[in-house]
Design a protein around this ligand. Structure first.
Ligand SMILES: NC(=O)c1ccc[n+]([C@@H]2O[C@H](COP(=O)([O-])OP(=O)(O)OC[C@H]3O[C@@H](n4cnc5c(N)ncnc54)[C@H](OP(=O)(O)O)[C@@H]3O)[C@@H](O)[C@H]2O)c1
Length: 322
């Protein structure tokens, strides 16, 4: 298939592009900068320079390239550090999820694109009551903490627009929290914070999280492009949902940090905000049963614990902190 990856240079795009080429697809990849276009070209991909928030440029690119499938992987999270002001940190990403999705879908419709696959998130977005591990049929949080509202609204906008589209047919992938070499919870910034003991465990650490190795997120995306059911949402997560009280100390140990400090919820609220307290004590994880069954996919890294240890082991435990 002829597939346009919007956001080919990000954490997922860099894994997805080679996976698509290995699966025999021809790939067009977007970036905003000429320097990265050269890198995309070196991967054997046709580069396009386009800003995802520029409707005319997006329309022109899609019509010129005539892909059969578009994969929306545009986020703007590379320089996010201040999660205390969560909605502010996610502001451009949220525009890419709303305005960016609408522009790309409109262009896809006009160009006769057959299928549209978009990135969403699996984790704190789910309702914070009931079972600790949620399926795609479970409701999203009806009353999120104030600081997460705009981000959840943007995610819901993207999910509604994509799953509600008939031409192109749409599929949404809710990826768990990423990890990979210098990525997600193994990014330099996160490892640095863990080693400085600046990621405290708040309250009982009873919030549940789901993780996914970026290579597994890519293989699931290839499977969704080839076999996903139109109009559906899939949780793309590993087999080991875990409470913060379990994964945070384990991750600290994996990166060679001392165990995290414990702080009571009242102090966590003061230091990090209500939303971070919720993320550490109340949020829910996701189940991958539907993705396994319908996509014929399984994670090559079923456990974040083993996957993170393998990555840190390969880097000698040092590279991410360099
Ligand atoms: N589920 C998760 O846990 C999750 C999801 C996403 C990201 N993350 C984490 O966040 C960190 C940063 O993510 P990332 O490496 O993917 O970088 P990123 O800065 O989020 O960029 C992702 C992609 O979006 C493109 N992009 C950004 N703004 C754009 C715009 N206005 N128009 C068009 N394209 C645009 C980028 O292209 P150019 O920069 O080449 O223009 C890049 O290809 C990583 O550690 C990653 O693991 C986690």
């Amino acid at each position: 298939m002829r597939i346009l990856v919007a956001g080919a240079t990000g954490a997922i795009g860099r894994q997805l592009v080679p996976a698509l080429i290995r699966a025999g697809h021809s790939v067009i990849g977007t970036t905003r900068t000429p320097a990265k276009a050269e890198l995309i070209g070196q991967m054997g991909v046709e580069p396009v320079i386009v800003d995802g928030l520029d409707a005319q440029a997006v329309r022109a690119a899609v019509i010129a390239k005539q892909p059969e499938v578009i994969v929306h992987q545009m986020t703007d999270l590379a320089n996010v550090t201040d999660l205390r002001h969560f909605d502010r940190a996610f502001a451009v990403t949220n525009r890419l999820r709303t305005v960016g999705t609408d522009c790309l879908l409109a262009a896809a419709r006009e160009a006769g694109v057959r299928r549209f696959v978009a990135q969403s998130f699996c984790g704190w977005t789910y309702g914070r009551s009931g079972a600790p591990v949620k399926t795609e049929a479970d409701p999203l949080d009806p009353d999120p903490p104030q600081e997460l509202r705009r981000t959840l609204e943007a995610i819901q906008h993207l999910e509604r627009a994509v799953t509600g589209s008939e031409q192109p047919e749409g599929i949404v992938l809710r990826y768990g929290s990423f990890y990979g070499p210098d990525s997600g919870i193994l990014s330099r910034a996160m490892i640095d914070q863990l080693r400085r003991r600046r990621v405290p465990m708040i309250g009982d650490g009873g919030g549940w999280w789901s993780f996914i190795h970026v290579a597994d997120a890519a293989s699931a995306t290839v499977a969704a492009i080839e076999r996903g059911r139109a109009g559906n949402i899939y949780n793309i997560v590993d087999d080991e949902p875990a409470e913060v009280s379990e994964w945070l100390p384990a991750l600290a140990a994996i990166v060679g940090a001392k165990p995290p400090f414990h702080v009571p919820t009242w102090l966590g609220r003061l230091l990090a905000g209500e939303h971070m307290v919720a993320m550490m004590t109340e949020v829910r994880a996701g189940s991958n049963v539907k993705a396994r069954r319908e996509l014929g996919w399984q994670p090559a890294h079923p456990s974040w614990r083993a996957g993170c240890a393998e990555i840190v082991g390969h880097s000698g435990g040092h590279s991410a902190a360099a």
